[in-house]
Design a protein around this ligand. Structure first.
Ligand code: UD1
Length: 418
């Protein structure tokens, strides 16, 4: 098992290039199943989650070819197996995104209830309600969902919560349905817009992606298309916070500043100098951070995927900060690990009260999930002495070469194999 070993005392300086967004690429891979023609995805970061998604679509009969360093081709001319491999679906929640395209394209699917990060119960009721409204017959038993639909029908679907996954799954299913589907209270995340752009290039008719109402007019078939996903706003935000917390000066390059507004706003409140350029953001900090409060919300609110990293910065701010998590019910697992590093944090229901102190102390900690791992990395950069992070496979699900990028910025960080 690999670990990250971080030695304190670094001030991050330089330029970091941000990769394409994992959370945009995963739905795009699933969407490629909607066409029998070849789809090409460029600038793909070969993260663990991307590999798993590739295995998922292979298990249902699609071809997934890595033809050069960062490009993949997907050819789903025949989807011969309506049952994606159980172990793969259990491994990663996003693999459930194949359900909509499969139902729409081949009319049946038998799929395990999904797995993923242990950050709450994360049900899929909204996905299923949407498919049922579109005429799919759905049954659940023995940990599997079975669904049939000779032809899905366009419907008006109201989501009780603007779920990212449900919006994506229903949007994909609707592309080949009969008639018009309207998704109300839809998620507005940039990854939804990215997926809609890819689907539109495939010939889908979609209006309103990026707003709370999306209309999809079903078409008979979709063609192949090429796509480059948007930059990873969560990776970008992680480096912004790391720069701020270490008192550094970093140009976070290849990002869309608009996507990072909530992080920019909070860092400014903390006294950090943040300058936005067309495709980059510079974060300059003296290392003396003011406390702040955050409340996670669907986009354009503060992203839940940035809550734990921001908490690490709050741990070294001067004063009391509050972080409230409203999106997931169990996303405070990093707190116990941060406490091992000397952080003073009290949990009160969905809020964490963080008493900032100037320095954390290095310790042996565990990445309990993907973003928790990123938070501990930031904490390790700000801590005195050595920090050893285990279970870094979580980090590698979502960050490509995190330690290499940090080393380039001056961090003393090493990946060690045990
Ligand atoms: C996606 C992101 C994840 C991010 C999350 C919220 C991907 C691959 N993952 O996850 O990194 O943290 O958005 O921004 O893009 N819910 C239901 N019923 C459902 C679906 C969701 O109750 O059918 C609840 C979930 O339990 C959770 C909340 O809605 O509490 C948000 O979930 P959702 O937006 O669906 O997140 P994901 O798509 O799983």
């Amino acid at each position: 098992m690999a670990k990250l070993l971080i030695k304190s005392g670094c001030i991050l300086r330089g330029t970091v290039n941000i990769s394409s967004a994992k959370n945009a690429i995963l739905p795009v891979i699933a969407a490629s199943l909607l066409s029998g023609e070849r789809c090409i995805l460029n600038e793909v970061p070969y993260l663990e989650d991307v590999k798993v998604m590739g295995e998922v679509i292979k298990s249902i009969g699609a071809r997934f070819e890595e033809f050069d360093k960062e490009s993949i081709a997907i050819i789903a001319s025949e989807l011969s197996n309506p049952e994606p491999t159980y172990e793969l679906i259990r491994k990663m929640r996003a693999s459930f995104l194949v359900m909509g395209p499969m139902l729409s394209r081949i009319g049946r699917v038998r799929i395990s209830l999904p797995g993923g990060c242990a950050i709450g119960t994360r049900p899929i009721d909204l996905h299923l309600k949407g498919f049922a409204a579109m005429g799919a017959a759905i049954s659940i038993g023995h940990g599997f969902i079975e669904a049939y639909a000779k032809k899905l029908k366009g419907e008006s679907i109201y989501l009780d919560f603007p779920s990212v996954g449900a919006t994506e799954n229903i949007m994909m299913a609707a592309c080949l349905a009969d008639g018009v589907t309207t998704i109300e209270n839809a998620a507005e995340e940039p990854e939804i817009v990215d997926l809609a752009n890819f689907l539109s290039n495939m010939g889908a008719i979609i209006r309103g992606a990026g707003t709370d109402t999306i209309k999809i007019e079903g078409v008979k078939e979709l063609r192949g298309a090429a796509h480059t996903a948007i930059p990873d706003r969560i990776e970008g935000g992680t480096f912004m916070i790391a720069a701020a917390a270490t008192g550094g000066d970093v140009l976070v390059d290849s990002v869309v500043p608009e996507h990072l507004k909530p992080v920019t706003a909070k860092l400014k409140e903390m006294g950090v100098e943040v300058t936005e350029y067309e495709r980059a953001i510079r974060v300059k900090s003296c290392g003396c951070l003011n406390p702040t409060d955050i409340k996670t919300m669907p986009y354009p609110g503060f992203p839940t995927d940035m809550q734990s990293q921001m908490m690490s910065a709050m741990c070294v701010a001067k004063g009391t900060s509050i972080a409230t998590e409203t999106v997931f019910e169990n996303r405070f697992m990093h707190i116990n690990e941060l406490k091992l590093m000397g952080a003073k944090i009290k949990v009160d229901g969905r809020s964490a009260i963080i008493e900032g102190s100037e320095r954390l102390s290095g310790a042996k900690v565990k990445a309990t999930d993907l973003r928790a791992g990123a938070a501990l990395t930031i904490a390790g950069l700000c801590a005195e002495g050595y920090t050893e992070i285990s279970d870094i496979y979580h980090i590698e699900r979502g960050y490509i070469g995190l330690e290499g990028k940090l080393r380039k910025l001056g961090a003393d960080i090493e990946r060690i194999e045990e």
